[in-house]
Design a protein around this ligand. Structure first.
Ligand code: ADP
Length: 622
């Protein structure tokens, strides 16, 4: 049957980032929906459109609006999603009507497909679902998918299962999980952590709520959580009607460090968190056990829930989310939610990680080499090779995110990049096993040999580092914390890039926020300091500073200036001065790296070429 065209229009699509390492972009495309497929093409002014992508409708499993308050970095502000095979395509429409037209038509055409039961109403972003915070892209959705519902907010009374919450005794209090700025006239702005009264929750996407001044309006239901009780049911860690003994059996069966659940306590109205741990007993003996903690509440204030120590939260989901990343007084961090309907919630990345898992029995650990951002670093032997073993203190790293990325990092293989051999998640604390670099970090190496490093060797070091970075750049991998301290030196005095991409897993605000005291301001490009905008070109800026460190034999850049003074100096157009040992041509390269506009900075490939030309001037001239 000849396909019949249903809709055609210019829309914007976000790149699908099928490779984890590719960075997102937004492109205008001409979309055509017919009865067989959804196709999008690039339009050239005087050429035939070039088809850039085509999705057969039978492969589509969900089409729905995306409700989000993240700033949308393109001119069309009305996002919707098409989930097909294992991919998410985000499309942006210029207005809500247009979006509804497409969602409605796509839903209509795909309603008999094999659809998902639940979907994610918010974006997948920075390695997480913004709605449910799950860190696995293919994790089941957190919101019921209704293939017949269109996101018209009215008339609500025509929607099935109308359920209006009564005022008065039956009043349900909601907590805003994030700010929401109205997209339409009937919406109500809400503020994170403030309380609202639920008026109507019959629409599966938009609820009507009332604020403390009595104003009512629509809000995306994923932006709010009911303050008590039944709301917990949608979390995989909550088990209703389960006894302490049953909880212990389930968690012991699971047998994984940090397996946990939230259950109703035997004391009415109280919740208990039960956690399984294999932590050693006081005498060093193996003592697997389940520990139980009541979720306690203070009397006063908005944030009232807490567990072992007094870290207070407005809602139980917020409290659990925090302790999924921080033990903070618990025997161990909450790692693996265990649910009544079966096994532990298994992250796909964990299954994939198995092949990268290092067996602790194959490894011996020796003396300490130093203390890093995530924990202590030791010398070790693994499969007859000398290795560096980096231990990861669990409160320091978002390790679920890391495990997902470890697969990609282990594929990075270049003679000028320190090799990650594997991860040992069976050890406590978890550790990462790297290629051993005899001469430690570059900054300390240069300082220790002050006066002994010739400019030729310095140039060689910069070339090594630029070679490693050019490789990462060509693999679309950002370093984000390039500095001499994050380069290591081999026994042959080669310089290799280390610690690439690791800052994303740091759980310390002082380090990750550009106003934090540990943020590497002195190595950061202006756009990183101002907008957190990382790119290969922001790595290039840091590389300029690294070159400066090399030619100053490991001196600290802007030695006497505070971070704030550095920012002021950069804003005034000032730059680091030429090191005495640096030839003019080398300083010109540094200055090129420090161009205000990222687009005016060279790529690493160009830098490598320029540095190589400086190291072989005669050959170049011949
Ligand atoms: P972080 O960057 O996480 O703060 P580092 O990687 O700098 O921590 O590790 C701390 C110290 O351990 C380094 O300065 C270095 O001396 C040593 N070290 C780290 N990795 C290795 C390695 N692969 N080989 C030899 N020594 C290492």
């Amino acid at each position: 049957m000849v396909p019949r065209v249903i809709l055609k229009e210019n829309l914007i699509k976000k790149s699908q980032q099928k490779k984890i390492t590719s960075s997102p972009n937004y492109k205008e495309r001409f979309f055509v929906l017919d009865t067989h497929e959804l196709k999008y093409s690039k339009i050239h002014p005087r050429k035939r459109p070039m088809v850039k992508g085509c999705i057969q409708l039978v492969r589509i499993k969900c089409v729905e609006n995306v409700c989000s308050d993240v700033p949308i970095p393109c001119s069309y502000q009305y996002p919707f999603q098409v989930f097909y095979d294992n991919y998410y395509l985000y499309i942006f429409a210029p207005d809500n009507d247009c979006r509804q037209r497409w969602v409605r038509a796509l839903k209509e055409e795909t309603k008999n497909n094999d659809l998902v039961a639940k979907y994610h109403p918010n974006f997948w972003m920075d390695g997480k679902w913004k709605c449910c915070k799950k860190t696995e892209k293919l994790a089941a959705g957190c919101h019921v998918y209704d293939p017949a519902a269109f996101d018209s907010k009215e008339p609500l009374s025509k929607l099935p299962h109308l359920k209006t919450t009564e005022h008065g005794d039956g009043e349900v209090t909601l907590i805003a999980l994030q700010n929401y700025s109205p997209l339409g006239d009937n919406d109500l702005p809400i503020e994170k952590d403030k309380e609202y009264i639920l008026i109507n929750c019959s629409n599966c996407n938009w609820w009507i709520v009332k604020n403390s001044s009595g104003e009512t309006g629509f809000v995306p239901c994923t932006y709010v959580a009911k303050k008590f009780g039944d709301d917990l049911k949608r979390f995989e860690w909550y088990n209703e009607n389960i006894t302490r003994a049953e909880a212990e059996d389930m968690l012991k069966d699971e047998g994984r460090e940090g397996a946990f659940m939230v259950r109703d306590s035997s004391q009415a109205g109280i919740y208990t968190v039960s956690i399984f741990t294999k932590a050693l007993g006081l005498n060093g003996e193996q003592d697997p056990k389940v520990k139980h903690y009541h979720i306690k509440q203070t009397e006063m204030g908005e944030a009232t829930f807490y567990l072992a120590e007094k870290y207070l939260f407005c809602t139980i989901p917020q409290l659990i989310h925090y302790h999924q990343h921080n033990a903070a007084g618990l025997i161990t961090r909450l790692r693996w939610p265990v649910s009544q309907d079966g096994a532990c919630y298994l992250h796909i990345d964990d299954r994939l990680i198995d092949q990268w898992e290092i067996d602790p029995k194959e490894m011996t650990v020796g003396q300490e080499l130093g203390i890093g951002q995530f924990g202590r670093v030791y010398e070790g032997i693994w499969r007859d090779k000398k290795v560096a073993v980096k231990t990861i203190r669990e409160e320091k790293m978002s390790d679920d995110d890391f495990k997902q990325e470890a697969r990609v990092m282990m594929k990075v293989s270049h003679s000028k990049v320190v090799k990650l051999y594997g991860v040992c998640t069976q050890c406590y604390p978890m550790c990462l096993v790297f290629e051993f670099m005899d001469n430690g970090n570059l900054s300390a190496y240069l300082q220790a040999r002050k006066g002994q490093t010739s400019p030729d060797v310095m140039l060689r070091m910069c070339m090594d580092a630029s070679e490693g970075m050019a490789y990462l750049e060509s693999s679309n991998y950002l370093h984000r914390d390039l500095a001499a301290r994050n380069c290591l030196v081999s026994h042959k005095s080669e310089v290799k890039i280390s610690d690439f991409g690791m800052t994303r897993f740091v759980l310390d605000d002082q380090y990750t926020s550009s106003i934090g005291s540990k943020f590497p301001v002195k190595w950061s490009a202006p756009e990183v300091i101002k907008y957190n905008q990382f790119s290969s070109k922001s790595d290039v800026w840091s590389f300029g500073v690294l070159m400066w460190e090399v030619y100053n034999e490991g001196r600290l850049p802007y030695e006497k200036k505070s971070n704030l003074e550095v920012i002021e100096a950069l804003n005034a157009g000032m730059r680091l001065l030429k090191p005495h040992l640096a030839p003019d041509e080398v300083y010109l390269l540094m200055e090129w790296c420090w161009k205000e506009k990222p687009s005016e900075r060279p790529s690493f490939a160009v830098l490598l070429h320029e540095l190589a030309a400086l190291s072989h001037p005669r050959r170049e001239m011949a």
